[in-house]
Design a binder for this molecule. Structure first.
Ligand code: OOG
Ligand code: NI
Length: 446
């Protein structure tokens, strides 16, 4: 028997190779990864076991999210096939067309493992955005048509890669030799292409949005950024600035405070000028530069329920005192009030003195019947995503709000992807409900 490289090893190897490739393309990324590693060492040394409450250091060290941008539903389906080979499924719908003052003409989902064991093995995720050429707020009918025609004629992923990906998905892995070929082709399809950029076409799209130009102005795709996870993002921010790397002016997401870390905090350094070749209108080739790729870093916290998320959304712009006055100060409070997600375990060998376990969660936790472990937030935040996009654009672009947008929601994006896009809240809730049922079962048996 030829040894088979199983799905999770394909995923881990892909994340590693993509990281090595991106490090050669954007050296500042390597600095970011180094500094993140140093900060994590410090936090582990000083915090001990509590530093690993939201994931073991091995997982955190390997943990990355990537961001890619594609042009059409057909391209999105192909990307989905490649990620399916890596055990990554589409989760969540993000509409970035009207989240910020100046919007971006894309709708997005994120591909990631959905089962807790798979996340522990390697939690690689890719935020994937698709251009919306039919959205008349951004593209008039003429430009929209030419853009769609341009996108239809390009090939982002070679057929051999897609065939291998389909095989890897159906066989839950690939034989060694095919795995090697699959990984080589997959990484190559996210490399920055040396192909000259059509100057006039790129510039025309850039007037609408730099993101539209980055997606539809070229004949290939590329990894836009690759984001390591850090345990103390405020400390990382300081250390990067000390090294003379200019960061965007703030950390996006919840504030730093003494209570539990929730959701996601992100920051980035600005896009760097990278040399690119251009084809001029007279056919000659020139060199210039484009600023599209940047370095991002993130700290992850506890996943919030719909109610917890609604509270977060209400407080996100509020001053720190408001946050402290209204947001739960402890994991216990998050769990008991149903604002955050946890997994539960029965405490073995607890003396009962003839008592039955109480029926409510507060009683079970306070009476020492169950322990709770926070569930890590594995997804993204539309506001931060829009903020990260925006902070890296030099030109706000143009949007005519009076015209009508193309409608998108979770069902429509599922149709575009050709696979069911999971609702992240449902995934977390199922994980919590399962563990609570098992923990109660164990208590009843004892
Ligand atoms: C994606 C921006 C969103 C995040 O971390 O929120 C994102 C992009 O720039 O293509 O990656
Ligand atoms: Ni990102």
């Amino acid at each position: 028997m030829v040894p088979v490289v199983p799905t999770w090893q394909l995923r881990a190897a892909f994340a590693r190779r993509l990281s090595a490739m991106y490090g050669t393309e954007v050296p500042a990324y390597t600095t970011l990864v180094d500094v993140a590693g140093q900060v994590n060492d410090t936090v582990l040394r000083e915090g001990g076991a509590s530093a690993e409450r939201l994931g073991g250091i091995e997982r955190i060290t390997a943990e990355r999210h990537g961001a890619i941008r594609v042009g059409t539903p057909a391209e999105l389906r192909q990307a989905a096939q490649i990620f399916a080979a890596l055990g990554m499924e589409p989760v969540g719908f993000y509409d970035l067309r009207d989240t910020a003052a100046t919007a971006v003409p894309v709708v997005s989902t994120a591909f990631r493992p959905v089962l807790p064991d798979e996340l522990d093995r390697n939690p690689f995720r890719v935020f994937t955005s698709m251009l919306t050429p039919a959205d008349r707020r951004f593209f008039d009918a003429d430009l929209g048509k030419r853009l769609e025609a341009f996108l239809e004629h390009r090939e982002l992923f070679p057929p051999e890669l897609l065939d291998l990906a389909a095989r890897a998905e159906s066989e839950a892995g690939l034989p060694q030799e095919q795995a090697e070929r699959f990984l080589t082709l997959a990484v190559a399809s996210f490399e920055l292409s040396p192909e000259p950029v059509d100057r006039a076409w790129y510039a025309e799209l850039e007037k609408v949005s730099a993101v539209a130009a980055d997606i539809g102005g070229v004949t290939s795709t590329h990894i836009n950024h690759l984001t390591p996870r850090v345990l103390d993002i405020d400390e990382l921010y300081r250390r990067m600035e000390d090294r003379g790397i200019t960061m965007i002016d703030r950390i996006q997401g919840p504030p730093r405070w003494h209570g539990p870390d929730v959701l996601l905090r992100q920051t980035s350094f600005r896009a760097l000028a990278e040399p690119r070749r251009f084809r001029e209108t007279d056919g000659s080739i020139s060199t210039g530069s484009l600023r599209v790729r940047f370095g991002e870093v993130e700290a992850r916290g506890i996943a919030l329920s719909r109610e917890g998320r609604a509270l977060y959304d209400r407080l996100v712009d509020a001053p720190a005192e408001e946050w402290a006055a209204h947001f739960p100060h402890s994991e216990r409070q998050l769990a008991v009030e149903g604002l955050g997600f946890f997994t539960f375990e029965a405490v073995p060998g607890r003396p009962r003195d003839g008592r039955r376990p109480p029926g409510d969660l507060a009683g079970l936790l306070d009476g020492g019947w169950l322990t709770a472990r926070p569930v890590v937030y594995e997804d993204f935040l539309p506001r931060s995503a829009a903020g990260i996009f925006q902070s890296n654009l030099t030109d706000p672009g143009a949007r005519d709000a009076a015209r009508s947008g193309a409608h998108y929601d979770q069902d429509r994006i599922s149709e575009a992807v050709g696979r069911t896009v999971h609702d992240p809240f449902d995934l977390y809730a199922a994980q919590q409900d399962d563990s609570l049922a098992r923990a109660r079962g164990a208590l009843d048996e004892a």
